[in-house]
Design a protein around this ligand. Structure first.
Ligand code: UD1
Length: 418
């Protein structure tokens, strides 16, 4: 298994281009299942999760041409199977996104039920409740959920919790339903909006994406072809901006939309980092010590849970005491124990992490436990004295494109050991 070795203490400087957003690419690629046509999707990041979705789409019968430059042509002429098997769902929970499109277009979907994962139980009850409201019959047996429907019907669906993939699954299903569907307390994440824009380009009738009420007027079928460019990854962008902050450097992240990073940029500014929003990206520069700030994760437009771990690495080196409260997932502090091994002073009480900033972290062998926890360890290692070896980096490869190369270009000493 690959490891990443980092020699810390370098100020990172320069420019980095942000890749396409993983969390927009996954649902958009799945949404190609909704029609027979030929879809050209661009700016697809080269990531392990994207490779998994490709395997899943191929397994279902999709024909995919990859130009090797982030552009795919996807066609789904006929369905080979209705099923997302355990082997794929267990490596990537987002595989459950096929439920809505398969049920809507082919009347049946069978998906292995995802179990819990490193960051929490993560049930899919809201996805299923919504599909049931749309007239689908749901059956759970032998670890699989089967969804059947002659034709889904428009419905009013209220989500108890704002679920990102739940909203996406139901929005996709509703595009081909008979009648109008209203999703209330919908997720407002920019990736939900990106998916809506893709679907609209394919002929879907969707209003209100980006607000907490999304209305979808079902159509008989979607267009035969469309071309779409995936939005830039705001979490990857936020990670590089935090890298500038933690190493006392200056980084321009080209291609990110600062508007989608409001909560993160505000916290970085509060911590004393100079942030400049530019038309084609955002710049972070850190000169003095980092101030301690309190953070609470929330659904968008609140502070993203996917930036919580990276921010904790920064707070570990701050001047003072900060409290990070995780409200989205119940178990998203697995990076704490690893940060402590590097000298961080962090105490966890329930869903609060109390961080007493320290002057220095020191390199140590550490283990990545999930995607964003891995990014947190990379940031901590870049700032730490000495050498850090991070194992289980496959987590990192799920969500960061060419991370060693990008950090090396910024002056970081980072190598992969295979
Ligand atoms: C998506 C993102 C992930 C991000 C998360 C929160 C993708 C592919 N992944 O994950 O990177 O960390 O949003 O921003 O876009 N819940 C239920 N029942 C459900 C669905 C969710 O109880 O049916 C709960 C979850 O356990 C969690 C909360 O709702 O506590 C939010 O989860 P959700 O927004 O669904 O996360 P994902 O869509 O899985």
């Amino acid at each position: 298994m690959d490891k990443i070795r980092i020699k810390g203490g370098k100020r990172l400087k320069g420019e980095v281009a942000v890749s396409g957003a993983k969390n927009a690419a996954l649902p958009i690629l799945v949404a190609t299942l909704l029609s027979r046509g030929e879809h050209r999707v661009q700016n697809i990041p080269k990531l392990m999760d994207v490779a998994t979705i490709k395997r899943l789409l191929n397994h279902l019968g999709a024909v995919i041409e990859d130009d090797g430059q982030g552009g795919w042509t996807v066609r789904m002429p006929a369905l080979a199977r209705h099923e997302a098997p355990y082997e794929l769902v267990k490596t990537m929970r987002a595989s459950v996104l096929v439920l809505g499109p398969l049920a809507a277009r082919f009347g049946e979907a069978r998906v292995s039920l995802p179990g819990g994962c490193a960051i929490g139980a993560r049930p899919i009850n809201l996805h299923l409740m919504g599909l049931e409201k749309m007239g689908a019959e749901i059956q759970i047996e032998h670890g699989y959920v089967t969804v059947r429907a002659q034709r889904l019907k428009g419905a009013r669906i209220y989500l108890d919790l704002t679920s990102v993939t739940g909203t996406e699954n139901l929005m996709m299903a509703a595009t081909l339903a008979d009648g109008v569907t209203v999703i209330e307390n919908a997720a407002r994440e920019p990736e939900v909006v990106d998916l809506a824009h893709f679907l609209i380009r394919c002929g879907a009738k969707i209003h209100g994406a980006g607000t907490d009420v999304i209305t979808i007027d079902g159509v008989e079928s979607l267009n035969d072809s469309c071309t779409y460019r995936i939005m830039p990854d705001r979490i990857e962008a936020g990670t590089y901006l935090t890298a500038a902050a933690i190493t006392g450097g200056e980084i321009f992240v080209r291609g990110c939309n600062p508007r989608y990073l409001d909560a993160v940029l505000q916290k970085l500014r509060e911590a004393g980092v100079q942030i400049r929003e530019e038309t084609d990206g955002a710049r972070a520069a850190a000169t003095g010590r980092i101030g301690a700030v309190d953070i609470k994760t929330l659904p968008y437009p609140g502070f993203p849970t996917d930036m919580q771990a990276q921010m904790m690495a920064l707070m570990a080196l701050s001047d003072g005491l900060s409290v990070i409260t995780e409200t989205v997932f119940e178990n998203r502090f697995t990076h704490v124990a690893e940060l402590r091994r590097m000298g961080a002073n962090i105490n966890v009480q329930g869903n609060n992490a109390i961080i007493k900033g320290t002057q220095r972290l020191s390199g140590a062998p550490v283990m990545a436990s999930d995607l964003r926890a891995s990014a947190c360890l990379v940031l901590a290692a870049l700032a730490a004295e000495g050498e850090t070896e991070i194992s289980r980096v496959y987590h990192l490869d799920r969500g960061y494109e060419q991370i060693e190369q990008k950090f090396s270009n910024l002056g970081g000493e980072i190598t992969r050991i295979t």
